[in-house]
Structure formats: structure tokens, C-alpha cells
Write a protein that binds this ligand. Structure first.
Ligand SMILES: [Zn+2]
Length: 76
């Protein structure tokens, strides 16, 4: 009789677990659309031609560069 009670408890626990799983299987909400990134102005390194965002560029007197080294190498 004791085993029957244990079996009943296990069955109830399994039934609850299954019900929770079924609920979890409902398709998740579609992820909210990401905000589109603001347009980034791209500039070209005058030394090597690499394109990079203007905010990351090293600006010399004659133009933009991908690194301070290239700005220096270009004599700018
Ligand atoms: Zn460069």
C-alpha cells in the first residue's frame, strides 16, 4: 500500500512536470525588433585605404587615418 502511495505521488509529480513542460513549449514571443543602428559615416584611411567609422578615425590635417601610426607615416 505504501508503494502505491509513492507511485501516486510520482505520477502526480510527473503529470505536473509534464503540464509545465507543455506550457513551456508554447512558441516564445518573437524577440522585439532591435533598434536599427544609426547610420555611421565611414571614412577611408589615406595611407592603407581601410574604411572605418568616422568616430574611430584618426583625423589629420589632410584626411582621416585608421591609426595614429598611419597618420604619422603619411606625414600628416
Ligand atoms: Zn591605415
Amino acid at each position: 500500500m505504501k508503494y502505491l502511495l509513492v507511485l501516486a505521488v510520482v505520477l502526480v509529480a510527473f503529470w505536473i512536470w509534464r503540464n509545465n513542460r507543455v506550457r513551456d513549449d508554447t512558441p516564445p514571443k518573437p524577440p522585439s525588433k532591435r533598434q536599427p543602428l544609426p547610420p555611421v559615416t565611414m571614412v577611408e584611411c589615406r595611407h592603407c585605404g581601410t574604411h572605418l567609422p568616422e568616430s574611430e578615425a584618426f583625423v589629420g590635417r589632410h584626411g582621416s587615418y585608421c591609426s595614429d601610426e598611419h597618420r604619422r607615416l603619411q606625414g600628416d
